[in-house]
Design a protein around this ligand. Structure first.
Ligand code: ILE
Length: 442
């Protein structure tokens, strides 16, 4: 058997895992879902879910991967057998559905790089920007083309294997994106009229919280952390046993949350400053940002670089999703890496086309008040926490102290909160997530 590739360094793993976590979820999804769900109260729920469920489950998934050095299905099969590998299948399937619409949105960043340079977005009139945006996403040929282009980029990285491709891309570009984000936050919060947006974001109005807010917040927390989609199990499987897990997990969760919160500070004040609708939905970031760029010195260049980096952030995330399916096919079905990439990318694209066409090109792909893409996203908001709930049960009741020994390298590495962690996996996470999911349904 071929020996399994490992990450080049601890920094490389943290950057790659953070690269998986930080993506469109933070910069595209978080601001608009926060806008749709009333602002501050949503922010509090989101942060609470990350702290209560997210952190523990990130540690759990990484540990399961590292312990077994296998893809999600193989990992559960190695550890327990019985029906447990179904959790792995659920993760692989969920990741696949997400990837199918993720490439569509990531394709938007491809188009926006071109639009920035061509001057199509150089306007301070948000109505005009919205027109360019809806014109583009409503054009089926264009939105499918950009999704295909993005998918090709994703395949190129995954064919190269995890060390060479994924790790190298993440190391340099993630820090650059972070710096640009900080600059944009400063620009946004100093816009005239930004105060109202800040109040919306930071002053919770709990009267706006409904069951749907709970589902959205927990779904967002899992989506953003790459939880419940097999990604962290797969990335953990390339981690050598000498690495310290709890520390890496803290870093990844911290970075991901920081980027999401900053993205809120970048978008929401600008939304209010330009009298846009915070509940405008998936287009929010793409309509708001160009107006901000137009109000900055060298805004065109800045905007271009920003969307290029957002493209890379989306790429490092999408790559982690494709890698889940590829690792499964390579490990379990003995396919070559190149074949596994080709097949999974083609099927995923086929599944993504209705999402791409549901943004205005084909009317019948909008039903029940939302688009095909919205339905896919909403489905994964439920599947992700469900996977997390089952993983928590598995870790808490089947693995228990065995996994603690794995995390601490048999007592060599400190894990002071091991007891709390196990308690969360046994009781708090399963009951809490079940409660949130049920509250969302009623
Ligand atoms: N966590 C990433 C993000 O927030 C991806 C989610 C992997 C599917 O964009």
């Amino acid at each position: 058997m071929q020996s399994r590739e490992n990450w080049g360094s601890r920094f490389g793993f943290v950057m790659a895992a953070a690269g998986s976590a930080v993506g469109l979820g933070n910069i595209w999804k978080f601001p608009y879902v926060t806008g749709e769900n009333g602002g501050g109260a949503f922010l509090i729920l989101y942060l609470a879910f990350i702290l209560i469920f997210g952190l523990s489950l990130v540690i759990a998934e990484m540990a399961i991967g590292r312990m077994t050095q296998k893809n999600p299905v193989g990992a559960f099969r190695t550890l327990a057998g019985g029906a447990w590998p179904l959790i792995g299948y659920l993760g692989v399937a969920t990741g696949f559905i997400i990837l199918s619409f993720y490439i569509v949105i990531a394709g938007w960043t491809v188009a926006y790089m071109v639009f920035m340079l061509s001057g199509h977005l150089a306007s301070t009139d948000s109505a005009q920007i919205a027109e360019v945006f809806t014109g583009y996403i409503g054009n089926g040929a264009w939105s499918v083309t950009t999704a295909v282009l993005f998918m090709l980029a994703c395949c190129a990285v995954v064919v190269g294997g995890i060390g060479r491709g994924i790790e190298r891309a993440s190391r340099l570009l993630m820090p650059t994106l972070f710096v640009m984000l900080l600059i944009l936050v400063v620009r946004a919060v100093t816009l005239e009229g930004a105060g109202e947006g800040l109040a919306f974001y930071l002053k919770p109005d709990f009267s706006k919280v409904t069951g749907a807010t709970f589902t959205a917040a927990i779904g967002q927390a899992f989506f953003s952390l790459s939880l419940g989609m097999g990604a962290l199990i797969t990335y953990g499987s390339y981690l050598s046993r000498s690495e310290r897990l709890p520390g890496a997990a803290f870093m990844v969760v911290g970075l991901d949350t920081l980027v999401a919160v900053l993205a809120g500070f970048m978008i929401l004040p600008a939304v209010f400053a330009y009298a846009l609708d915070p509940a405008a939905g998936p287009g929010l970031t793409f309509i708001t940002l160009p107006v901000v760029f137009a109000q900055m010195p060298a805004g065109t260049l800045f905007g271009f670089v920003f969307f290029a980096l957002l493209f890379v952030a989306a790429l490092t995330s999408a790559v982690s999703l494709l890698e889940v399916v590829v690792a499964y096919l390579v490990d379990e079905k003995q396919l070559s890496r190149a074949r596994a990439v080709t097949w999974s990318a083609m099927i995923c694209l086929a599944l993504g086309i209705p999402s791409a066409l549901s943004q205005g090109a084909v009317d019948s792909l909008v039903f029940g008040g939302q688009s095909f893409l919205d339905w896919a996203a909403q489905l994964t908001d439920i599947l992700l926490p469900l996977g997390g709930l089952l993983t928590a049960l598995f870790v808490g009741w089947v693995m228990g102290p065995r996994l603690v020994r794995e995390i601490t390298n048999d007592g060599d590495v400190a894990f002071p909160l091991a007891g709390v962690w196990l308690f969360v996996c046994r009781f708090i996470a399963p009951l809490g997530i079940a409660w949130v999911l049920i509250a969302g349904l009623i």
